[in-house]
Design a protein around this ligand. Structure first.
Ligand SMILES: [Zn+2]
Length: 243
């Protein structure tokens, strides 16, 4: 049993490394963190997107926290007034189904919001109608974490004005694909919005699509297919075309 847990943990660390490669390339930003609930369920693993400042700390060092935000293991710099731990503890505590949380600073989504626009789903694969936006907050303050957690009640993502985004999923694969979709959708809206009003995808079209393509496993299933595509390229050291 304990051995199984160790295998699961090693697999999760590998998955976090892959998610970091995907998010770093897609979002074009080295700031942020990728996290996933550990196999035990009552703690989570977290890794910075950027490498450690201290050269003595291995680049693949992963931190582990309990659900209060107390660090259990890991070497690299974290903690203190600058560490946005409440963007992670909030969503994990609020919903047991939340298996992964990503915090990053997607420039296109932030540009759209800075212009007073919203990210809305515009294809049948988008898992959000309208991504909620909250005023600027910082995740090292518990009350700011609460604001973000509240906004995540009805959506897999929230955009924080003049700061970044927090994106969740039932699995790390799903949270990673949701992050890609959030930023790509923002780009599409920025492009389309220059030509005229942007038409959101109709909710009944999304429902019809989901009924046609066995999205029973959906949330995870759909994300998994996309995840596998990018994971394969990451493992081969290849890149892909970004929108
Ligand atoms: Zn941040």
């Amino acid at each position: 049993m304990a051995e199984n847990r160790e295998i699961q943990r090693a697999q999760l660390k590998d998955k976090i490394a892959t998610a970091i490669s995907i998010v770093e390339y897609e979002v074009s930003d080295m700031m942020g963190h990728v996290s996933a609930r550990s196999p035990e369920g009552d703690r989570f693993l977290l890794r910075h997107i950027r490498p450690p400042i201290d050269p003595r700390v291995p680049e693949d060092d992963v931190l582990e926290f309990d659900l209060t935000g107390k660090r259990l293991s890991g070497l690299r710099e974290a903690g203190g007034s600058g560490f946005e731990i409440y963007f992670f503890t909030g969503p994990y505590n609020a919903n047991k189904q939340t298996g992964a949380v990503i915090h990053c600073h997607p420039p296109m989504a932030l540009a759209l919001v800075a212009a007073g626009q919203k990210v809305v789903g515009i294809t049948h694969r988008h898992k959000f109608d309208e991504v909620p936006v909250v005023p600027w907050v910082y995740g090292s303050l518990p009350e700011h974490g609460e604001i973000v957690t509240q906004a995540l009640q009805h959506c897999c993502a929230v955009i924080i004005e003049s700061h970044g985004a927090v994106i969740t999923g039932e699995t790390l694969e799903e949270a990673c694909v949701n992050t890609i979709q959030l930023e790509r959708t923002a780009k599409m809206i920025l492009l389309a919005g220059a030509l005229g009003p942007v038409k959101p995808v109709a909710r009944d079209a999304v429902q019809k699509f989901e009924s046609l393509v066995e999205v029973r496993q959906t949330k995870s299933g759909q994300a998994l297919a996309e995840w596998r595509y990018y994971e394969r390229l990451v493992k081969r050291g290849e890149r892909w075309s970004r929108l």
